[in-house]
Ligand binder design. Sequence first.
Ligand code: MTE
Length: 308
Amino acid sequence: MNGQGARLRYSDVTPERLWFDRRRLIAAATGAAAAGLLGLPARALEYRKSGYSTGDEPNSLSDITSYNNFYEFGTDKGDPKRYAHRLTTDPWSVEIDGLVARPGSYPLDDILKGMPLEERIYRFRCVEAWSMVIPWIGFPLASLLERAGVEPGARYVAFETLVRPEEMPGQRQPILDWPYREGLRLDEAMHPLTILATGLYGQEMPNQNGAPLRLVVPWKYGFKSIKSIVRMSLVEKQPPTTWEMENPREYGFYSNVNPQVDHPRWSQATERRIGASLFSARQPTLMFNGYAEEVAGLYAGMDLKKQF
Ligand code: MTE
C-alpha cells in the first residue's frame, strides 16, 4: 500500500450540504441512547483519501443509513435502522481459517493496528436496480489476507456473517439459511478495489450498514458485500453463497453488475439513484458498475451470460 496522501477528516472534504444534514441528525438526537436509535456512528476515524474514488456526489448519510438490506434484522428496508442498534460490535474478532499460514481468531483491534484507513467513494448498485454513492472508510482485503498468509492451494475466499439471534431478530425466523454467506474468487478478493470497510462518512460503521466490518466489492451487485463478518475461509472449491443457495436460477456466484444480463424478473439495464427526485430519469447501468477498465480483465474468456 502506498504511504502517501495527507490524513484528512471528512469535514475537510465534505460538501457543506451533506455536513449540515449530519449535524441536523445529531441535533435531533438527545444523548447516546437516541444516537444509537438513529443508528448514528459513534467515533470519528482517521483516514486518508484514496485515488480510487469516483467523482459522483455521495448520497446523504440519512439515505445511506435508512434504506438498507440486512435480513438479520428483517426484510423491510427500514428494519435495519429500526433494530440494528441492539447489536453488540465490541469486542469483535474474525476467524481466518482454511488454507492460510497463520490461521486463528484475529481481534478487530489487532487487525486495525497499523492498517492505514482510506476513504473511497464508490458507486454501489443493488441487484434490485437501485444505486447509491457511498463514502466508505476501509482498507484493502488483500492487506489482511497477506497478513494471514494465503497458501498455494487456495482459490476462493468464503465469508460468513455473525449468528446471534438474541440481537438479530430476523435470525429467529428461517428467512434465509443462516449464517449469511458470500464468496469471491481469490483474484477478485486480492483486487485493489475490494475493501473491508469499517466506516462511512468519516465515522465508525453504522450498525445497519454492517458494523463493525463488512465487505465492499464495487463492481458486483450489492448482495456480495456481506456485512458484520466473523469468518473468512481460504478454500480450494467455489463456496456456497446465500442467494445462489436460495435461488440459483436468479442469482449466480459472480453477480457482476451487467446491464446486458437481465434478472429473470426485471431488467438490469437501468437503475434508480436513491435520493434523486422522483421525476428524474433512471440512469443507464454501466458494465461492471463503471469499473470495467479495472476489472474486465479478471473475466477474459468467460461467458458472462452463463457465469452470471
Ligand atoms: N449482509 C448480510 N449479512 N445480510 C444481508 O441481508 N444484504 C446484502 C448486502 N450484505 C445483506 C448483507 C444486500 S442485498 C445489499 S444490497 C447490501 O448489503 C446493502 O448494503 P447497505 O444496506 O449498506 O446499503
